[in-house]
Design a protein around this ligand. Structure first.
Ligand SMILES: [Zn+2]
Length: 159
């Protein structure tokens, strides 16, 4: 069962996807949202078998550290599927719209292309983190694009 806080994120995500369809006539979908610890273990281990630990740590959170386990993160993909979970998603109509509009619904592009050294993650144009519209509005006003920089936290540690 997802954490209680995820209810707000879920409603905001539903509204964001519905608004996209209403405003553009196109569609997008949730590819992945809440993940249990056990699911994160299987996702992480499957990648390690293919890529090894070093490459996996750049793209998949170790079990216990994934934002998906909080229920506040969503991976969005185009519908029909196009560039799912790939950096080319950024150039799709859906990816561009999210980049420009997700803040309206309280979602933050969590791992921007130019902030890999700050977040510790590769660019993930499909991964959005719910932080609420008050925070996204304030981050937009002040020009911050990562939680680490907004809260003056050190860059993400390596494992
Ligand atoms: Zn994700």
């Amino acid at each position: 069962m997802a954490p209680v806080a995820a209810v707000g994120a879920s409603k905001a995500a539903t509204k964001m996807l519905a608004t996209y369809q209403a405003e553009t006539g196109r569609r997008m979908q949730s590819q992945s949202a809440y993940r249990s610890y056990a699911t994160q273990v299987s996702v992480y281990n499957a990648s390690v078998r293919i890529r090894g630990v070093a490459a996996t740590d750049k793209i998949i959170a170790r079990p216990g550290t994934s934002e998906h386990q909080t229920g506040w993160a969503i991976d969005v993909s185009a519908l029909p599927s196009n560039c799912s979970l790939s950096t080319c998603f950024a150039n799709t109509h859906q990816g561009k719209w999210l980049s420009a509009n997700a803040w309206r619904f309280g979602f933050l592009l969590r791992y921007p292309a130019n902030k890999v050294a700050v977040t510790g993650y590769s660019f993930e144009p499909w991964h959005y983190r719910f932080v609420g519209p008050y925070l996204t509005t304030e981050m937009r006003r002040t020009g911050f694009t990562t939680l680490e920089e907004f809260f003056r936290l050190p860059a993400a540690p390596s494992y």
